[in-house]
Ligand binder design. Structure first.
Ligand SMILES: CC(C)(COP(=O)(O)OP(=O)(O)OC[C@H]1O[C@@H](n2cnc3c(N)ncnc32)[C@H](O)[C@@H]1OP(=O)(O)O)[C@@H](O)C(=O)NCCC(=O)NCCS
Length: 160
């Protein structure tokens, strides 16, 4: 496991940790997925699906996948990393965990040959947008009505 600070450990999520990870998703985000979807992500890109632990308890996670698509920073078909979901429990925020989860994911994406990383974020989600900007992501698109409540999404991307 890699260390974001002395107190937090980050590593690949194990199957038996899946339910604890899903519970964080239920507490922190309005977007939820089926168990099969989570399992598929973990099976396809295990080194890109990470949890952060404090004293052995999961307090944050990130789920990513690798996709083949047209590049935003060039015209060719490009392998891209897609940040599907990232969240940290409220009591553990502003400690660098979100940042560390994304940085480690980008390392795993790079090893898989990804040249870019992208994600969607609610246009009202200032804390997440700030985090992504701090990590060098820029807004490249706005998708109207992307979320089930009708809110638009920004697509944010960066080369890796
Ligand atoms: C977005 C989220 C994952 C950030 O996690 P985190 O562990 O608190 O983030 P970090 O501590 O690594 O923050 C890194 C930087 O992001 C920015 N940032 C994070 N939270 C912020 C906030 N509430 N207000 C302003 N900037 C913020 C800051 O620049 C921060 O650096 P700093 O603390 O040195 O100022 C967390 O707020 C969260 O789980 N939110 C709910 C779920 C969610 O919205 N996920 C994203 C879906 S797209």
């Amino acid at each position: 496991m890699n260390q974001p600070s002395a107190d937090y450990l980050v590593g690949a999520v194990k199957k038996e940790e899946l339910q604890d990870m899903i519970n964080i998703n239920l507490k922190t985000l309005p977007e939820h997925y089926t168990d099969d979807f989570y399992l598929e992500l973990i099976q396809k890109f295990p080194e890109g699906c990470l949890v952060a632990k404090a004293n052995g308890v999961i307090v944050g996670y990130i789920l990513n996948r690798v996709e083949l698509n047209f590049g935003s920073f060039g015209l060719n078909l490009t392998k891209k990393g897609h940040v599907v979901s990232v969240a940290v429990l409220e009591d553990y925020r502003r400690k660098g965990i979100g940042r560390r989860l994304i940085e480690l994911s980008m390392g795993a994406m790079r090893k898989r040959g990804c040249k870019e990383v992208f994600l969607e974020v609610r246009i009202s989600n200032d804390e997440a947008i700030n985090l992504y900007k701090k990590l060098g992501f820029t807004i490249t698109k706005t998708i109207g009505g992307y979320y089930t409540n009708g809110e638009a999404a920004y697509v944010m991307e960066r080369p890796i």
